[in-house]
Design a protein around this ligand. Sequence first.
Ligand SMILES: *Cc1c(COP(=O)(O)O)cnc(C)c1O
Length: 406
Amino acid sequence: MKTNEIDFNNYFKTYPDSKGYFGKYGGSYISPELQVAMDEIAEAYQTICKSRRFISELRRIRKEFQGRPTPISHFERLSDRIGTGVQLYGKREDLNHTGAHKLNHCMGEVLLASFMGKKKVIAETGAGQHGVALATAAAYFGMECDIYMGAVDIRKQAPNVARMKILGAKVIEVTDGLATLKEAVDAAFAAYSREYKDAIYCIGSVVGPHPFPMIVRDFQAVVGFEAREQFIGMTGELPDALVACVGGGSNSIGLFAGFLNDPVDIYGIEPLGRGSRMGDHAASLTYGEEGVMHGFNSIMLKDENGNPAPVYSVASGLDYPSSGPEHAFLRDIGRVKYDVVTDEETVDAFFELSRMEGVIPAIESAHAVAYAIKLARTMGKGSILINLSGRGDKDMDFIIEKYGIR
Ligand SMILES: *Cc1c(COP(=O)(O)O)cnc(C)c1O
């Protein structure tokens, strides 16, 4: 299928289908026990998300607790410096409570859990960003929160571990294997299959088995719907291009969701890290092939044995060997173009946006900034809207230590 064969007027009703497929990608490849739990969530979501009480409660929370709508900023000094006449804008998810877009789906997921009568939320975390967002949402709703984290990551991410504990979450140390994210995922899934009657599993991006890629997309779509209205309000027209970074793919799909039916070029940017050799990057949609991992079918980076390949990026939020199934689909039909930037280009953009605009971006978001700057140099005129998925406070020490002040 190609872009012009898709009915974007009914896109959200058509994709995913009732089994969770976006074309051939997505679905649910899990044990029968877990499937029972996923079916329960999918069924509950279908009714609850349409109820007036759920919709109005989510709206109220976004406004009164999260601080939505987040603004769009016109990056005039940066645009002037590029000098081609192209105007850059940023959707400021860094100003969302907790400093990143992840709270958008965590508040939605925990609200859903409370409507389902659950008492506990369970998740794994690697760098700790998802754990902190979920612990925040759990505290807001007075829910128990168990976060599984590898022992190695616990040592590396002390501030986020402290945040989760202050917020009342239980951080459960996982010591199996390499004691990092993969083992934490396994431990969290195992706990969930034991506890699913009282608990709900909360995924951190548009990945995992159905219904998560759909649920997380729907909750993140607020970013794109807000941005479309705001951008037209500010400029009287649509942006010519959108740029967002892609790890699992939640912040990008959120922005893109508002513009799929518009004449807007859309770019998803993956981390090229140190280069194109296996193990030096995490550009799954650019270099990967079709496969199943973590319960869903998508494009993934595989090693010689067909297992998930080792990945690397300066941004710990982007070093995942696959991306959400909807991205694989949007790539195949040609609606979104996926491209890469290196660590070096990203670090330059991190300093550039900080100096020119007074906005220190998350190192993940700096990938989108780096690409937007390159795109602006080739475009000649027009406008680019960047998703600033988060703020860079968490990255400052590491960047200065590794790269120095630029
Ligand atoms: C986690 C994270 C990302 C990557 O996740 P996606 O699901 O691809 O959006 C990007 N930016 C920030 C600030 C993050 O915390």
